[in-house]
Write a protein that binds this ligand. Structure first.
Ligand code: T3D
Length: 260
């Protein structure tokens, strides 16, 4: 069975973590397949939005602890997996020029929660649960959780969630701003797909510029952010999508974005 499923439809790439018997925990094989799927989505010009979700009752339980324990017993520690596997996965999500939606169908723990935090938008089933989980097994955050979570919920709440590791459900996630929407379990796939299709029909270059501007602004001064915004806006203004949308506005028509 494939650890990660990949399909493309209506310009939306759907990536499904597919080890339901282990709550979609991440082995080296699964992480390699996930990176391949994300890279394919990032490179394919036919893909304009991505959905990341899990099969069965979990989104992702983070590092596969069976594989992890074997590495520890053999004296290999983490065996380099954070730099070799997790970091490229998170960077590929953050740096790809198209929006990535996490459809959080169930529990998201440890690096599984980090994966959800790394996506651009998060929509959750009412059955979703989040647990930073790292401190529960004597580890510190990885896969970007120290960076992403405090930007989602603020530094004080991020410290609490990461130090105490208390699990929280979908409603609390909505309250905290970890997810932007909660839907009944049976409606998650449809809702996530509708959101992704809407994004796939949007101004792809402007979305890429928006992602870049947000990433840059998170660690730069206002003056630097203004400069990058000016460059990015200049590039967006030269796209066919912008020209057509401006013409459509003046003609009182709905714009059609072709991702160019
Ligand atoms: O190399 C490195 O380690 C560096 C990177 C670290 C990043 C990390 O992700 S550290 C955090 C690792 N993850 C965790 O600590 C979470 C461990 N899992 C849990 O706490 C719970 O399983 C859940 C809260 C996720 C779900 O609880 P529950 O009660 O709904 O399900 P369960 O019965 O615990 O799990 C169901 C099965 O999935 C079970 O297998 P079994 O008994 O039916 O054969 C369980 O062992 C398996 N499973 C769940 N999580 C993992 C896992 N198997 C391997 N690794 C897992 N992470």
């Amino acid at each position: 069975m494939n650890d990660v499923l990949y399909s493309v439809d209506d310009a939306v790439a759907t990536i499904v973590l597919n080890r339901p018997e282990a709550m979609n925990a991440l082995t080296v094989r699964a992480k390699t397949a996930l990176l391949e799927a994300l890279t394919s989505a990032a490179r394919a010009s036919s893909v304009r939005a991505v959905v990341l979700t899990g099969s069965g009752r979990a989104f992702c339980a983070g590092q596969d602890l069976t594989e992890h324990a074997a590495n520890l017993e053999a004296g290999r520690g983490l065996d380099g997996t954070v730099r070799t596997h997790y970091n490229p996965v998170v960077r590929t999500i953050a740096e790809m020029d198209k929006p990535v939606v996490a459809a959080v169908n169930g529990v998201a723990a440890g690096a599984g929660a980090s994966l959800a935090f790394a996506c651009d938008l998060r929509i959750a089933s009412e059955r979703a649960r989040f647990a930073t989980a790292f401190s529960g097994i004597g580890l510190a955050p990885d896969s970007g959780a120290s960076w992403t979570l405090q930007r989602l919920v603020g530094p004080a709440r991020a410290a609490e969630l990461l130090l105490l590791g208390e699990p929280f459900g979908a409603d609390r996630a909505l309250e905290l701003g970890v997810v932007s929407r909660v839907v009944p379990a049976g409606e998650l796939d449809t809702a996530a797909r509708a959101l992704a299709v809407r994004l796939a029909q949007g101004p792809t270059s402007a979305y890429a510029a928006t992602k870049r501007a947000l990433r840059f602004a998170a660690t730069s001064s206002l003056a630097e952010a203004l400069e990058l915004e000016a460059d990015l806006q200049d590039a967006c203004a030269r796209t066919g999508d912008h020209l057509n949308a401006t013409r459509a506005f003046l003609a009182k028509e709905r714009p059609v974005f072709e991702g160019r």
